[in-house]
Design a protein around this ligand. Sequence first.
Ligand code: UDX
Length: 437
Amino acid sequence: MKLSVIGCGYLGAVHASAMAELGHDVIGIDVDAAKIGRLAEGQAPFFEPGLSEVLTSAMKSGRLRFSTDMADVAGAQVHFIAVGTPQKPGSHAADLRFVDAAITALLPHLSVGDLVVGKSTVPVGTAARLAEVIAASGTGASLAWNPEFLREGFAVKDTISPDRLVYGVPSGEAGKHAQALLNQVYATAIAAETPLVVTDYATAELVKVSANAFLATKISFINAMAEIAEVSGADVTQLADAIGFDSRIGRRFLNAGVGFGGGCLPKDIRAFTARAEELGRGESVAFLKEVDAINLRRRQRVVDLTVSALGARAYGRKVAVLGLSFKPHSDDVRDSPALDVAVQLHGLGAEVVATDPQAIDNSRARHPQLTYAVGIEETLRGADAVVLVTEWPEFRAIDPAWAASIVRTPTVIDGRNTLDATAWRAAGWTYHGLGRP
Ligand code: UDX
């Protein structure tokens, strides 16, 4: 099929490349000329495992092109909207200006029978509003909402083999037409019997935000238990293992630590709260404010533990920060707890030296005041405290005896509860976990 993908960020670049890999003919559009320039040369504009490979192979096949000119969508029958919906400055609501701009720019290029497919995460009610805009344009095109559940770090795999497909479609013939086209787009996943939910716009929009709200709640739940463990002497990691054996609960997303970040969970729960308030049902999701508050307290807890490990004086002390990205296998530092901790410690006068396998450039662009080191040894040398805030495999693999010989004081704050506490203590370290004695 001939497809267009409007917006080539984390979501769109991966979607465009994966769709071409699956055999479709794809044009990726973005207003950012630098980004399109890199993509057109077959270079991934950000770090995402496997993206460079699919991008290169799709470009070679001739099935994938990139452009800044919306007119180049001509010939495509299905147009994916994959632009960002960030948090509005000064508000918790989602900023829909990029979605609106994409639709406005796309309208003149739509033909009868074309399908516009929203993938961006939007407040419930957005699709119905956009469907009216498209209907009023008289182009004969229609709209479907097809939320994306990809996880950064696994984005290519999640796009090629999703764990479910959700189509929000209009009723009647238009809905059947939309479903038929989407089934063609996702023919490979459909053939693999991927679960499919065909529903209305509002449900499709809510599936996405409620999934993220659930995941955020699960993480904040275990982090709340960590807070209780801290005042009662319990160990939250053992508690998570024990409750996780209950298959109704499950062990995944029960890792207590410095909390969640990234471009989705934090802003999505805030936008959900703002939208529910607009709809007069703020109380239904008021608990998400608590989820957010618990999450933000965990960053403060890591900072407080570090300062107390330094004898209540951070000023002038060298703190080695391991990790900057919001999670491993990503260079994304949007709302990253790791970067936030580094910045807070710097603000308290500590001499912060931070490292990350992928996220140094993005961190430096936002926080040039921090000192960044490439390599673990340089980061650790002479440190008065070591703070692990992103659980990259290379940090987990650090030999505690070797590390103890490099730092000034062998004190580690494990903000992800990911190190082997027994082994680190045996190597002479004072080990502090989160929610662990
Ligand atoms: C998330 C959703 O998982 C995905 O379905 C959606 O499409 C986009 O948002 P992503 O932001 O890539 O994906 O990251 P995810 O793997 O969900 O992790 C989110 C954050 O939670 C990370 O900062 C991670 O470190 C943290 N986390 C995760 C925990 O603190 N504890 C856990 O047990 C799991």
